[in-house]
Design a binder for this molecule. Sequence first.
Ligand code: MG
Length: 366
Amino acid sequence: MKIAKVEAELLKLPLPRPMQSGSSSGKKGGPVTDIYMGMTRITTESGIMGIGYGWTLLGGARAIKSFIEHDYAPLLIGENALDNERLWTKLNRRLQTVGRAGAAMEAQAAVDMALWDIKGKAANLPLYKLLGGTRECAPVYGSDGGWLYMSVKEMLAVFDEYMNQNMMGVKFKIGHADPKVDIARVRQVRKALGDDVWIAVDANQKWDYPTALWVGRELEQLGVAWFEEPLWCDDIPGHARLARDLDIPIAMGETLASRYEFNAYIREDAADILQPDICRVGGITEMLKIVTLGQVAGKPIAPHHMMESTIHVACGVMESGPIEYMPWVSAAFSEDVIIRDGLMYPPQKPGLGLEISDDTIAKYRI
Ligand code: MG
């Protein structure tokens, strides 16, 4: 299963709906309208091709492609594509001084995902079955519809679509300059959706401890399921203090880059729910370790974004935990994700079961 070819591409995809969070906005403070997908196609001598990708919203896109093309490809040619564990370590050690997080890990995720895709195709198994086949589907919550620039009325129109598909509930952004605005919005959404609907909110690292404490206590009164990223992601003691002081679960992890960073949060009991992002942690190989860490610690896992690939991990090795419906890179793939009655099902084709056509690459390539 020798690797014969490693190709890199960079796609610029329009977001299905512009996004704006407490920490992410466009150049002039408005919504962000595009997402960048750094992707690879890895082909073996026997002709099996695997695809994988990383993503960024706010910069570093060319660096992701460059890491794949100039740094990882020469390390991969001639290697056995089935040795994902050994190759993950080889790539990670080689680039560690310039990228144990960020663009290098996004590129590493693309490579790692492609190697798992090849492994699944070689075994003629959908990846979630190869990983363990823990379950056939995962509950979905709607997440692309609660951006800061949207009015409550606009948000509710999107949430209606999600609830009509029987999704478990919705998550939306908080993080206005005045947190009282956020609480008023949460109250309106709660009133409109009723007491039984699952609602979570996400502050994207916006606040300091006193503000987050006040917001958290207000959210507790409104039956919010989790309070996501209240503080800056490096502030482990702050999150630990907040987790102790609040009853509402603290969700955290989308900006963490490795098992070591997750373990630091777990050891300090600084998060109640862990949210690894398959691309930011360098792919499936590392995400599996993070899932195990969370399971041992008794921390529920709610993966962040990238549902098309993450569904395989979620159904392969996780007995529970939701999938976040966020169709940010869906335009790249030839087929839509499968959601029936509020549950997402992994594709049944071998490997990831994802295809990015040559026409799509030509259309979005930069
Ligand atoms: Mg988030």
